[in-house]
Ligand binder design. Structure first.
Ligand code: ADP
Ligand code: MG
Length: 460
């Protein structure tokens, strides 16, 4: 049942109105002052407010303002007597749904009320829908409605609670660390540390002491004992980022920790045991690294208990819009400034769809953050985007650089060859993947590789 709150300082008027509206099937509440009305609104789900204009202490306009501060969408109808029509106009400007002149007849009132309540219901439903959509299209702060992302959410949901080792693969900026954190914070270890190590950031001997710690005097400069990340992560999660860069020597040591759960600090003999969950990430195809003999097979299978592959952004363009909105509101919240940006205009949006996003979600986030600083209006425009970005879209073929008398066949063949070379490079010569990237069949690709005499090693 829809609820109407009637506010009037007169005694009888609210009673009469209430009787009329109850007859029509509404549930009514009455208040004899603005303060009382606000109190009722605080505790009751009201669909419409019907308020008198002239009241002592808080008048109709003031009440309206207070209501709009709290709930933009709640409709308010002002009841005004002759002589206060100018006030009614002011109320409309301040967001009143409509006004009705006293005295009014019952039918007129009922029409107004029904209309306003109908609108209120639609607004509420939409709001609910928006919230549902938000829930459905995100997992914590990971956004995505594409099938691949939805499947990843499902995997996270399933494996987070366990202590299973997880291997996350994906290009830089696709959200590997975000997923790793989400696995940690949705596990029983969430109150214990999440410790990240970037395996590519340090030289081998430094990394070793960073991971396992060292005893005092283990090497020149080791003036005190230091705990490593394995120890610091005890009880929690250790995130090994860029695991593909781990040296052979450290691969052996890591394997031992995974198998026996013990290790020694550098320069030490005491065995230290830890309880940690390992999550590893890499921007390489670790299986290729293994096949090429650069990554230990036994370690690969130890890590690859659950495998999550994050898609590149241009393979899930249906998520672009959501991500853009997400980052806009993220930076709005962070700055708490009066940024009025609501979204991106259609021209800029088209550019976003055409762009290849080599830096994936991280790049998108940076582009939005930068544009929000530059943007003057309420929509991000092409002029707010970085130059390289625009040029990359428009001039990626450098069409102007092709001489006017260039022969079509030769020129197209040249472009074709370059695209194939790039696809092979990106996929490290895995032809099935390169063919998929180019949107052609595997045999077609194979034929073109021969035609252009491309060197692809021995892989298929
Ligand atoms: N699906 C996503 N939804 C929301 N933000 C994302 C998503 N994927 C990545 N990001 C954001 O992009 C940036 C890069 O993500 P990160 O996890 O560090 O990538 P990676 O570790 O793969 O390089 C971070 O700021 C992250 O919050
Ligand atoms: Mg990362």
């Amino acid at each position: 049942m829809e609820t109407v709150l009637i506010v009037d300082d007169e005694k009888n008027y609210p009673l009469i109105l209430s009787a009329i509206l109850e007859e029509e099937g509404f549930e009514t509440f009455t208040a004899n002052s603005g303060h009382k009305a606000l109190e009722i609104l605080e505790n009751t789900d009201i669909d419409l407010v019907l308020t008198d204009m002239k009241m002592p202490s808080m008048d109709g306009i003031q009440l309206l303002e207070r209501i709009k501060e709290k709930d933009q969408d709640l409709p308010v109808i002002m009841m005004t007597a002759h002589g206060t029509v100018d006030k009614a106009v002011e109320a409309m400007q301040k967001g009143a749904y409509s006004y009705i002149l006293k005295p009014f007849d019952n039918d007129q009132l009922i029409v107004y009320v029904n209309k306003a309540v109908g609108m209120s219901r639609v607004v509420k439903e939409n709001r609910q829908l928006r919230n549902d959509v938000k829930l459905q299209y995100s997992f914590g702060n990971i956004i995505g409605k594409s099938k691949v992302m939805q499947d990843i959410f499902e995997t996270i949901r399933k494996v987070a609670p366990a202590t299973t080792t997880v291997l996350i693969e994906g290009e830089s900026g696709t959200g590997k660390e975000l997923v790793a954190k989400s696995l940690h914070f949705n596990s029983l270890r969430r109150d214990k540390p999440f410790v990240a190590v970037n395996c590519s950031a340090l030289a081998e001997n430094l990394l070793e002491s960073e991971l396992f710690g060292h005893e005092r005097g283990a090497f020149t400069g080791a003036v005190a004992m230091k705990k490593g990340r394995f120890e610091l992560a005890d009880g929690g999660t250790l995130f090994l980022d860029e695991i593909g860069e781990l040296s052979q020597n450290l691969q052996v040591k890591l394997l031992r920790v995974l198998q026996e759960k013990v290790f020694e600090r550098v320069g030490g003999i005491k065995q230290i045991s830890v309880d940690i969950r390992i999550i590893a990430a890499t921007n390489k195809r670790l299986k290729n690294e293994m096949l090429l003999g650069r990554f230990r097979e036994d370690l690969y299978y130890r890590l690859n208990v659950v495998h999550i592959v994050l898609p590149i952004l241009r393979e899930r363009k249906e998520d672009l819009r959501l991500l853009v909105d997400h980052f806009i509101s993220k930076y709005k919240d962070e700055r708490k400034s009066d940024i009025s940006i609501m979204g991106i205009d259609s021209e800029a949006e088209r550019l976003f769809y055409d762009y290849a996003w080599p830096g994936n979600v991280r790049e998108l986030e940076n582009v939005i953050e930068r544009a929000m600083v530059l943007c003057q209006g309420n929509k991000i425009k092409i002029s707010d985007l970085p130059n390289e970005f625009k040029n990359n879209v428009y001039n990626s073929l450098h069409f102007e650089g092709i001489p006017a008398d260039a022969k079509l066949d030769e020129t197209l063949a040249m472009i074709e060859k370059k695209m194939i070379e790039r696809a092979l490079k990106l996929t490290e010569n895995v032809q099935s993947q390169a063919a998929e990237l180019l949107g052609i069949g595997k045999s077609g690709l194979n034929w073109k590789i021969k035609k252009f005499k491309l060197d692809i090693g021995s892989k298929t």
